[in-house]
Design a protein around this ligand. Structure first.
Ligand code: SF4
Ligand code: SF4
Length: 374
């Protein structure tokens, strides 16, 4: 199983699509009002680490992903857990500013590090803070120069300020960049901010056509270079299309990927902090191999592309911060992705048949923090 370990709720940034929204007067949906939140979750990890290790020991192959807030604010805990925990695979989701707080001996034990970056410097700094882009790039170059050879994923949060084609190519085409993979997620239907947004026009005029064009570029690159670029919103669903394999929620939340809160309770997803009616137990007595499954409901249950999409997001499916027609706009982006990848499938199969690319090139770590469906 995969476990996000929330080390702290503190963060050293206040990004416009994340913490900064807490200072806005947002609309609250009926569903959000109906969710009971435990307001007494400690800011920092408060349970005994031996309890955590005993829980993880009951799983034959646990993977731990450090998460926050910003997990590197508790570099002391990361170092201790990496050294002591009965775990073979560690991953981390970080804003990258404090990567220099861990020694190469610890960093080099990670299989995957997931770093937030929104594309070019001006776009990244506009959302994340002045100077962030340069500091993050210096740090990721630094860990590579100190021997980090694992997967390094650039993770973009995509908003109406993003030209998706430009942003992905910026990260992918520069030979000096240290990233091995790219992932992105739409800032859509996660907070009651639709009335402040221009989402509909941007999705129709920029994002959806951009995705169609990027899928073409992705397959063109396979043909000309024999390489399958690790662009997660394409890589994971295309592998499933090739195998004819239906997918559950692609981030893994609520079925394979759970989150351990700072008080030891287990939630289906790292964003569902304090949503106690959805908890799957506590590390002191839960069996990691038998945690309750929590699935997406509502319209996802009968959706024609459910086995492709998986349901996009459990948190959003429960809280529904945007209205029904606005939710459909987001589902429209999934339908567009599905149509673009399905149209590319025959060409990808042909490249496989001719040996230009191989099946193994699609192989990737599942549930490594990528939500997959943006
Ligand atoms: S496209 Fe929309 S309705 Fe369909 S499974 Fe995905 S989130 Fe659910
Ligand atoms: S996609 Fe939704 S359910 Fe999955 S990890 Fe992100 S917020 Fe949680």
């Amino acid at each position: 199983m995969y476990f996000h370990l929330i080390l702290t709720d503190n963060c050293n940034l206040c990004c416009s699509y994340c913490r900064a929204k807490a200072f806005l007067d947002l609309d609250e949906s009926e569903n959000e009002r109906a969710v009971e939140i435990d307001e007494n979750i400690p800011i920092d990890l408060e349970y005994d680490l031996d309890t955590l290790y005993a829980f993880l020991r009951k799983d034959p192959s646990p993977t731990v992903t450090f998460y926050g807030g910003e997990p590197l604010l508790r570099a002391d805990l990361i170092e201790r857990i990496v050294t002591e925990a009965p775990v073979q695979r560690f991953m981390m989701q970080t804003n990258g500013l404090l990567l220099n707080r861990l020694s190469p001996a610890i960093i080099n034990q990670f299989t995957t590090i997931f770093v937030s970056l929104d594309g070019k410097k001006d776009l990244t700094d506009a959302s994340r803070g002045e100077g962030v882009y340069d500091r993050v790039m210096n740090n990721v170059r630094d860990i590579r120069s100190h021997g980090y050879s694992g997967e390094l994923i650039a993770r973009m949060t995509v908003t109406e300020k993003t030209d998706i084609v430009d942003a992905v190519h910026w990260l992918a085409d520069n030979p000096d960049f240290p990233f091995s993979s790219i992932h992105w997620q739409l800032d859509a239907n996660f907070a009651g901010d639709f009335s402040r947004r221009q989402f509909a026009a941007w999705a129709a005029g920029s994002y959806n056509p951009g995705i169609r064009s990027l899928v073409q570029d992705w397959v063109d690159h396979m043909e000309t270079h024999g390489e399958v670029l690790r662009w997660y919103p394409f890589l994971d669903p295309m592998e499933d299309l090739l195998l004819g394999r239906p997918s559950l929620l692609r981030c893994g939340s609520g079925h394979t990927n759970y989150s351990i809160m700072t008080d030891g309770h287990i939630a289906p997803c790292p964003v569902m902090i304090g949503m106690k009616q959805y908890y799957a137990g506590h590390i002191r007595d839960a069996d990691p191999q038998n945690l309750d499954h929590i699935s997406v409901g509502g319209e996802c249950e009968t959706c024609a592309i459910r086995s492709f999409c998986g349901g996009r997001c459990l948190y959003s499916n429960i809280t529904r911060p945007w209205g029904e027609s606005e939710r459909r706009l987001v589902c429209g982006t999934v339908e567009n992705l599905h149509a673009a990848l399905s149209a590319a499938l025959p060409r990808v199969k042909e490249l496989l048949t001719h040996g230009t690319i191989t099946r193994e090139q699609f192989h990737h770590e599942k549930f490594n923090g990528c939500e997959i469906i943006p």
